[in-house]
Design a protein around this ligand. Structure first.
Ligand SMILES: Cc1cc2nc3c(=O)[nH]c(=O)nc-3n(C[C@H](O)[C@H](O)[C@H](O)COP(=O)(O)OP(=O)(O)OC[C@H]3O[C@@H](n4cnc5c(N)ncnc54)[C@H](O)[C@@H]3O)c2cc1C
Ligand code: SF4
Length: 520
């Protein structure tokens, strides 16, 4: 590490803060200030991070470091292979502060409560003032969200989303939504026809350059026992690792897939990973793209008549709505949110989540694809893997660790509320008004997975019973008393009560057999 004579500000840049326009760089003076970045083992091992995820973060960090060096910024960068690397964020920051003795640490608000605590701890220990600046790559601040929640008995996405639409004049005509409706979800739930999806334009994937190839080799060596696969080809690792590539992915989506995005947002199909989705979450979360530019790009597609309102509203709702909403939930609820377990779920995560080896086609497809690409789309996460762990009653913290490990876009502020709140209902309804539960018939309707599965989605017990369907009814029986108090679950509980005691017992025994088979 070079030793400048004196450092005024040390700019802390984390692996998910890779843009030189961020608030941390405001007022940056290359003569007196320098930048600190660190690759450390601990960030890939505190949860058992997948190879795809580790490679993306490290490659993107190295590309950003190169960009800073080309701009003649003094950079203090700890590489994973450095012999003196302490392999922890606080260890590396401590070392840099001891060497550089900065007057101030400056950073953009991090995306992870644990990391924030670590950095605050180091600042305190070394008596170095820490300035934390707003992350301007979002539309809203955590304070805006907290203000929105004040005095409300329930917080719901819809009202927050409408407030942001109005405030930022997005898809608005005066104070009314363009097209007369705030929400086109009802038009956005189509499955593919039996013949399969319409032609899907191949998504833009990148052949790893020299930096990425070296990172892939490093990850395959150092993290050989971590989940998933990684190879130096566009199929083996094709993610954008720098802003220029992320912009190309965004443009490709806008041109080729946005028009059908809304209609087929929830659909799934065997061996079709990418479908009509955008695949930009990792770029947004690493801050290679800003939420504002993505939403603006989609709005232009609508105003230019190239994409229908149903698709554009459906897409913008995900970013302006859900993404800002989950961030608000995370920062207003942490750290206790991590411990939520409203349904007292305590089953272990089945081992097949780490290798995809299961006879259940829907899970086999979703998990295998996640392991090889670091990607699954929203309905695969919510209504296949998430549905199964919810119905089985897996400890929410274990489910959280799996999602955080698996996906290239996984950063705790966005992953945790999606898992704890939306998918596992572990916050007891803070984020979602009811648990997202369904039988295998939902998966049959939205995909062709069941067609090649050995189970039958409409059967809840017996030798061909679909485990999703069995566990759905078993879940309702196990949680009948709390579910019957939820007005949005009344119909499902009523259907349960129409069953004979004999059927209920057969389902319970089938569920027990399924659980036993998982651990034997
Ligand atoms: C259990 C579970 C875990 C999830 N974990 C993550 C995660 O770790 N990181 C992550 O970015 N998203 C997560 N999501 C949300 C969503 O599944 C992904 O953002 C999406 O699948 C990413 O693929 P895409 O870019 O092709 O998204 P698209 O379907 O094309 O959507 C466009 C963008 O909208 C945003 N978005 C969509 N849904 C959500 C949502 N529910 N919350 C926040 N942003 C959303 C993303 O930035 C996404 O890139 C999770 C959802 C569930 C149900
Ligand atoms: S039958 Fe059940 S387990 Fe098999 S793919 Fe369909 S939903 Fe999944």
């Amino acid at each position: 590490m070079p030793k400048p004579t004196s450092t005024r500000h040390l700019i802390v840049v984390l692996g998910d803060q890779l843009n030189a326009d961020s608030s941390a760089f405001t007022g940056f003076d290359p003569k007196h200030d320098c930048v600190w970045m660190a690759e450390v083992h601990q960030e890939s091992t505190h949860i058992w991070s997948s190879k795809q995820r580790i490679a993306l973060f490290i490659s993107a960090m190295r590309h950003f470091a190169k960009q800073l060096e080309e701009a003649k910024v003094t950079l203090h960068y700890s590489a994973l292979e450095d012999s003196d690397n302490t392999q922890s964020l606080d260890g590396e920051l401590l070392r840099a502060i001891k060497t550089l003795k900065p007057q101030t640490l400056i950073m953009t608000a991090p995306g992870d409560w644990r990391v924030l605590e670590k950095i605050k701890g180091v600042a305190k220990q070394t008596n170095t003032p820490l300035e934390i600046r707003e992350d301007e790559y979002f539309f809203s601040t955590v304070r805006d969200f907290a203000e929105h929640c004040k005095g409300r008995k329930q917080i719901r996405l819809e009202y927050w989303y409408r407030e942001l639409r109005k405030k930022h004049a997005i898809l608005m005509e005066g104070d009314q939504p363009v097209g007369g409706e705030w929400n086109y979800d009802h038009d956005n739930r189509s499955a593919f026809s039996k013949a399969g999806p319409p032609p899907i334009p191949a998504p833009l994937r990148f052949k790893p350059d020299a930096i990425s190839s070296a990172v892939i080799q490093l990850v395959n060596q150092r993290f050989a026992d971590h989940p998933g696969e990684l190879a130096p080809t566009s199929e083996g690792f094709g993610w954008p690792v720098k802003r220029a590539d992320a912009l190309l992915v965004l443009a490709d989506f806008m041109k080729n897939r946005l028009p059908l995005y809304g209609q087929f947002q929830d659909a799934m199909w065997t061996n079709e990973t990418w479908l009509f989705h955008a695949h930009i979450a990792s770029s947004l979360n690493l801050k290679l793209l800003s939420a504002q530019e993505v939403v603006a790009a989609a709005q232009i597609e609508f105003t230019q008549g190239r994409a229908p309102i149903t698709a554009v509203e459906g897409f913008i709702r995900q970013i302006l709505g859900w993404r800002e909403y989950v961030r608000g939930i995370y920062w207003t609820q942490m750290p206790s949110y991590l411990e939520q377990n409203a349904l007292n779920a305590n089953a272990p995560l089945p081992a097949f989540f780490w290798d995809g080896k299961t006879t259940m086609q829907c899970l086999q497809q979703t998990i295998t694809q996640s392991l090889s690409t670091g990607y699954a789309h929203h309905i695969q996460r919510l209504m296949v893997t998430g549905l199964y762990t919810l119905l089985l009653g897996v400890t929410p913290k274990e489910v959280h660790a799996w999602y955080l490990s698996m996906y290239v876009d996984a950063v705790e502020w966005v992953e945790l509320p999606n898992v704890i709140g939306m998918s596992q209902f572990a916050d007891g309804g803070l984020m979602a008004s009811k648990p997202y539960i369904a039988t295998g018939k939902y998966i049959d309707r939205m995909s062709n997975y069941c067609k090649t599965c050995i189970y039958k989605p409409d059967q809840s017990h017996g030798k061909d019973a679909c485990p999703m369907t069995t566990l759905y009814w078993d879940f309702l029986m196990r949680h009948e008393s709390s579910m019957s108090k939820n007005p949005r679950m009344v119909l499902q509980v009523r259907n349960l009560n129409r069953m004979t005691d004999e059927t209920k017992q057969a389902i319970q025994s089938q569920a027990k057999q399924h659980r036993t088979a998982l651990i034997s």
